[in-house]
Design a protein around this ligand. Structure first.
Ligand code: IPM
Ligand code: MN
Length: 350
């Protein structure tokens, strides 16, 4: 038996989670698996219900599960800058509480016609974003007069070592190339990152082809020569920005899943997109990123490789058949969130 905690959250979160659950149920029937699901509160809906974006009951349930599937958090109704807590604190909190320091974000271009770039065919990059450190978690403050704010980017050697190891191991299982992205020409924290990464690579991964690229140059290379990259490792903030940019290689943020993992179970799986409040509740959201995140959960947390591949193949088949939500460019018929989920569930069952 495998137990999933579902964290639908805000905006389009509940809609996309419902489709992922539907697909997991279909794959469990096909492969004779026993999946159980339990929903918990996170983000804005948790603030409304309990005053806390990450209630302790949610953390407990997550700890007790085999995998966690999250929709999205945030929305304009919680954007008040003077508010004590924000929906995003729930997501940052669960990542940190569970020690999910490695965020894997695969970027693959299966349907180049959906890409706004002329030639994105063949792109296959795995971003490994550090997730529980850096400027997201460094000391921050606002002066009493409200005139000066600071947010510090902090990395300690062990945090850098472990994320480099995750990325280098991943590179070993792929084409054997790793790119580390930093801003070492300006930031002291990046110089420590670069020195530490170079040492780990030389001592432990001499077989991996290794290079360093500055983050501003990387933003450019991602568009000018995306096929030159295999595994890309970087810090929390740079990884957040570069992966949103990279999502335009396949053509939509709505296609990209991610896995957040630590040294032990459970892992947390989520689309890289946000809560998209403008289309929430309209049955328009693309559920594929969340469905693919569920596939990543099967692979990374449950070691169910064949069912994971079956979901990925089903997604490819449905897209290849021309079905697509409005966010994905192309000529096929436009599908709603539920139609897309139904189509993938059907394809999984065949
Ligand atoms: C992401 C999101 C989150 C982040 C937000 C919602 C806190 O943008 O997962 O990329 O910045 O990490
Ligand atoms: Mn982001």
């Amino acid at each position: 038996m495998s137990h999933f905690t579902l964290l639908p959250g805000d905006g389009i979160g509940p809609e996309v989670i419902a489709q992922a659950k539907k697909v997991l149920e279909a794959v469990s029937v096909r492969y004779g698996l026993d999946f159980t699901f339990e929903e918990q509160l996170i983000g804005g809906v948790a603030i409304e219900a309990t005053g806390d974006p990450l209630p302790s009951s949610t953390v407990e349930a997550c700890r007790a599960s085999d995998a966690i599937l999250l929709g999205a958090v945030g929305g304009p109704q919680w954007d008040d800058p003077s508010a004590e807590t924000r929906p995003e604190d729930g997501l940052l909190g669960i990542r940190s509480e569970l020690g999910l320091y490695a965020n894997l974000r695969p970027i693959q271009v299966h349907f180049p016609t959906a890409s706004p770039l002329r030639d994105a065919a063949g792109v296959d990059i795995l971003f490994v974003r550090e997730l529980t450190g850096g400027i997201y978690f460094g000391p921050s403050s606002l002066s009493d007069d409200g005139m000066v704010a600071r947010s510090e980017m902090v990395y300690a050697v062990p945090e850098i070592e472990r994320i480099i190891r995750v990325a280098a191991e991943a590179a070993r299982g792929r084409s054997g190339k790793l790119t580390s992205v930093d801003k070492a020409n300006v930031l002291e924290v990046s110089r420590l990152w670069r020195r530490t990464a170079a040492r780990v690579m030389a001592d432990e991964f001499p077989d991996i082809e290794y290079e360093v690229v500055l983050v501003d140059a990387m933003a450019m290379h991602l568009l000018s020569r995306p096929r030159d990259f295999d595994v890309v490792v970087t810090g929390n903030l740079f990884g957040d920005i570069l992966t949103d940019e990279a999502s335009m290689l396949p053509g939509s943020l709505g296609l990209l899943p991610s896995a957040s993992i630590g040294d032990g179970p459970p892992g947390l799986y989520e689309p890289i997109h946000g809560s998209a409040p403008d289309i929430a509740g309209k049955n328009l959201a693309n559920p594929l990123a969340t469905i693919l995140a569920a596939a990543m959960a099967l692979r990374h947390s449950l070691d169910l490789l064949e069912p994971a591949a079956a979901i990925e193949t089903a997604v490819d088949d449905v897209l290849a058949a021309g079905l697509r939500t409005a966010d994905v460019a192309g000529t096929g018929p436009t599908a709603s969130t539920t139609e897309m989920g139904d189509a993938v569930a059907r394809a999984v069952s065949m």
